[in-house]
Write a protein that binds this ligand. Structure first.
Ligand code: NAD
Length: 424
């Protein structure tokens, strides 16, 4: 039951509810001071700012922006900035908590943050988006910084937005500060390999999961929902490594070839938006049918909440690797668990993005660029190390991958709180 006495349905579970449930579930396995758990249920700070935007027609509109900063015990706050009409304070808080766990499971010395502006980016001209970003940066200037809080792109924002953010911040500081944001274009301190990183980490983790469950890659069938940055990069790498990617999809539907698709020939979201269905495949399916295919591995890599109480019983894959953020609802997850489906969680699988963001920040503060080869090598190393840490908990405690990932993350955050103590 919710605080209002209403029966909570799947739809009503907010990001912060989900984040707190996951925290409690992980805490049940660990002996952690209640005071620390209570602190971790709440953000350190939430900033709410008013952002006046001068429209192209000369009128002024007042927009609202947020930055939730959850926990910085292991290092500066880190997380995306989204421009979306559905941005709320609660959502930013929930997503900032997820970022804390994602950084901790990867053992990256950052804490979690998330922010954004309540705006539909499709209603903004490029000039308006630039003015809005520069003013938002100014409103947040006291709360962000390379050693304090480092935003990144998210829904509705991109490398160009980050370049404006970095420029506005740097102009006010009087010196170039590329480390204030990540996900920038490489020419202004962005990292090579950052765009492909979340998809690459999904591919690495899928490969490791196949190895763990004794599916030789060349005999493994994989279905990938979403053929954008995460889905297409993951699908193509797995295809390169010998796996049979039999189905991929975009918002319009899915293509299916039981013999395996040539994923390099299927247009990605970036190459030609929403053109997956134009590929000449033996069968066309709906996105719902893709999720229910009898494959070894299912990679939901499009949007959140696609595996729910309604369809989880129809998932036939042995392993689900979460490419998108939050593709499985709590109720859907429970059903998969009962059915013996192994779910490798988003905070581990797509953490290549934040990991290469960390590499970008290291390059920025050290003023030393890494080659793409070095980025990919170090990403591989970090992913294997995180995979092994989570696997050790799966085996030692006989718990699912999601719970194990949260146990690893929470242990690290809680130990850091213990070690630093509570300043009066
Ligand atoms: P993207 O915009 O590059 O691609 C999204 C793909 O999903 C497109 O092919 C689109 O057609 C498809 N899609 C959209 N709505 C759909 C629907 N209702 N059903 C089926 N397909 C649909 O996005 P992306 O960057 O690949 O992000 C995908 C997911 O991964 C999101 O949940 C995002 O939060 C998460 N993620 C992204 C990154 C990143 O850095 N790109 C990092 C971590 C997590």
């Amino acid at each position: 039951m919710s605080a209002t006495g209403k029966q909570e349905t799947e739809e009503e579970e907010t990001a912060v509810d989900t984040a707190r449930h996951q925290l409690e579930r992980a805490a049940a396995h660990l002996d952690i001071d209640e005071g620390i758990i209570e602190r971790l249920k709440h953000p350190d700070q939430v900033h709410r700012v008013s952002v006046p935007l001068e429209r192209d027609d000369g009128s002024t509109e007042l927009l609202t922006g947020y930055r939730a900063q959850h926990d910085s015990v292991r290092g500066p706050f880190k997380g995306g900035m989204r421009y979306h009409p559905g941005v709320t304070e609660e959502e930013c808080i929930g997503l900032s908590m997820w970022m804390t766990w994602k950084c901790a499971v990867m053992d990256i010395p950052f804490g979690g943050a998330k922010g954004g502006i309540v705006v539909n980016p499709k209603d903004l001209s490029t000039d308006e988006k630039e003015r809005l970003t520069r003013r938002f940066t100014q409103e947040l200037r006291d709360f962000v910084g390379p050693m304090h809080d480092i935003p990144a792109p998210d829904m509705g924002t991109d490398a160009e937005t980050m370049a404006w953010f970095m420029d506005a911040y740097s102009m006010q500081e009087g010196e170039t500060q590329p480390g204030v944001v990540t996900g920038k274009p490489p020419v202004v301190g962005g990292s090579y390999g950052r765009d492909e990183a979340p998809g690459r980490s999904v591919a690495i983790v899928t490969r490791e999961a196949c190895d763990y469950y004794d599916f030789p890659l060349e005999d493994t069938t994989i279905a990938v929902q979403g053929f954008g940055s995460v889905g297409a990069n993951a699908a193509r790498l797995l295809d390169d490594w010998g796996a049979n990617v039999v189905a991929v999809s975009d918002v319009n539907g899915a293509i299916y070839d039981p013999e395996g698709l040539d994923t390099r020939d299927v247009p990605t979201h970036e190459e030609e938006p929403e053109a997956v269905m134009s590929y000449d495949a033996p069968q066309k399916l709906s996105n719902e049918e893709l999720l229910e295919l009898d494959v070894d591995v299912l990679v939901p890599a499009a949007i959140g909440n696609v595996i729910t109480a309604e369809n989880a019983n129809d998932v036939q894959a042995d392993v689900v690797v979460e490419g998108a953020n939050g593709p499985t609802t709590t109720a859907g997850d429970e059903i998969l668990r009962k059915n013996g489906v192994h779910v490798v969680p988003d905070i581990l699988a797509n953490a290549g993005g934040v990991t290469v963001s960390y590499f970008e920040w290291l390059q920025d503060i050290n003023r030393r660029k890494w080659s793409k080869e070095r980025v990919n090598e170090e990403l591989e190393e970090e992913m294997l190390s995180a995979w092994n840490d989570v696997r050790a908990e799966v085996e030692a405690r006989d718990i699912p991958w999601r719970e194990a990932a949260y146990v690893v993350a929470l242990s690290r955050v809680a130990e850091a709180h213990e070690a630093r103590g509570l300043w009066p």
